[in-house]
Design a protein around this ligand. Structure first.
Ligand SMILES: O=c1[nH]c(=O)c2ncn([C@@H]3O[C@H](COP(=O)(O)OP(=O)(O)OP(=O)(O)O)[C@@H](O)[C@H]3O)c2[nH]1
Length: 218
């Protein structure tokens, strides 16, 4: 049984669309301080594996504002709970207005899988396509990729990354969670999309699609 380890119900809802047999585990693993999501997710997966004692998937995600050196990035949850989503949106829109640009951002999701076993090497940036027929090629709309296993001691971890690009707008929509209301992709905010629509284009959906493909063969 695969354990999806997170304290965030929104992530679990989205993961269930891709993974039939998955048990949600509400475990708050240590999030190390790092500029990128990969090391945080990998470290979390090892800790979660030690806690659960079976195959685990952890999900580290964040919003990376263009023109802000990737802020809030790995600190997205902290910033959501301190500054708040609306204020982040205002900052991005204010800065863009000063330079007469469109406020743009990227969502990233890194899934880290650990089951105590090793992995066969895979090439970087494999394009697995999307089950719903959407083009997941690495273009300006978003990317999906998988990495070689990250080995530390006896516990290899495999990473699956998804990104989606969009515009920062005034909050719209009731669905989703987190920064979804201020992130617009193809004319709709993620909060205005159905769960299936969001998954088909989102950072998490892209990462989950690559993971589901891998896991089916595992
Ligand atoms: O609008 C959004 N659409 C998404 O699809 C999405 N995915 C993540 N987030 C936000 O980014 C931070 C992640 O932080 P995060 O990965 O540390 O997760 P978390 O602390 O919520 O739970 P956990 O899995 O770590 O237990 C949190 O502020 C989340 O609200 C999203 N916002």
């Amino acid at each position: 049984m695969l354990h999806y380890v997170t304290t965030n119900d929104g992530k679990v809802r989205e993961a269930r669309e891709y993974l039939d047999a998955v048990e949600a585990v509400d475990f708050d693993y240590t999030e190390v301080q790092a500029d990128d999501l990969g090391p945080i997710a990998a470290r979390g997966a090892r800790e979660a594996y030690a806690h659960v004692g079976g195959p685990v998937l952890v999900d580290d995600a964040g919003l990376f504002l263009e023109g802000f050196d990737g802020f809030p990035g790995p600190y997205s949850a902290y910033v959501e709970h301190t500054l708040g989503v609306e204020r982040v949106g205002e900052l991005a829109r204010q800065q863009a207005a000063e330079t007469d640009e469109t406020p743009r951002a990227q969502f990233r999701c890194v899934l880290a899988y650990c089951d105590g076993e090793g992995f066969a090497a895979t090439p970087d940036a494999v394009d697995y396509g999307d089950r719903r027929g959407h083009d997941l090629a690495a273009d300006e709309r978003g990317t999906a990729s998988t990495s070689d296993s990250v080995v530390s001691g006896d516990l290899p971890v495999k990473l699956f990354t998804g990104t989606v690009r969009g515009r920062i707008v005034e909050p719209r929509g009731e669905g989703g969670f987190g920064y979804d209301p201020i992130f617009e992709h193809d004319g709709k905010t993620l909060a205005e999309m159905t769960a299936a629509e969001k998954n088909a284009i989102s950072h998490r959906g892209r990462a989950l699609a690559t993971f589901a493909e891998f896991y089916a063969e595992r």
